[in-house]
Design a protein around this ligand. Structure first.
Ligand SMILES: [Cu+2]
Length: 138
């Protein structure tokens, strides 16, 4: 009886170095901060720059105001499984240099997330955040 309980423990110990070695081959990627600027092209044309980015879960998208024209970030079409809650519409940034961080966490499903600046959508101010699978390497 007692031997039967010891054997599985020894087996686990024997394979432990193999498991540790396998994990060491792929060190976890450090989360990135990706800056997206809100830009006034002209008094009637605005844009996010870059307008299309790809990120991984854990990354942060830092929307950065470059002007005095109020801009925000409102998510529109998003992949199934996304649940942004209060982050669906962010605050207006009104001072140059102001930032709004969006952490790509469990609220964001894998796929393409479309967003706009609410008052300037019709003036071209829109973009996409593509969330790649956690094991991808964009
Ligand atoms: Cu705007």
């Amino acid at each position: 009886m007692r031997r039967a309980r010891i054997a599985p423990s020894l087996l686990t110990l024997a394979f432990l170095p193999v498991v540790i070695a396998a994990r060491a081959v792929q060190p976890p990627r450090a989360p990135k901060v990706v800056v997206v600027k809100a830009i006034d092209v002209s008094p009637t044309e605005f844009k996010f720059e870059p307008a299309a980015i790809t990120v991984l879960p854990g990354d942060t998208v830092r929307f950065t105001q470059t002007t005095a024209t109020p801009h925000n970030v409102e998510f529109r079409a998003v992949p199934a499984g996304t649940n942004l809650g209060s982050a669906k519409m962010g605050p207006f940034l009104v001072a140059a240099g102001a930032t709004y961080d969006v952490v790509i966490d469990a609220r964001f499903a894998t796929g393409v997330h479309n967003y706009v600046c609410t008052p300037h959508e019709m003036m071209g101010m829109k973009g996409t955040i593509t969330v790649a699978p956690a094991d991808a390497t964009p």
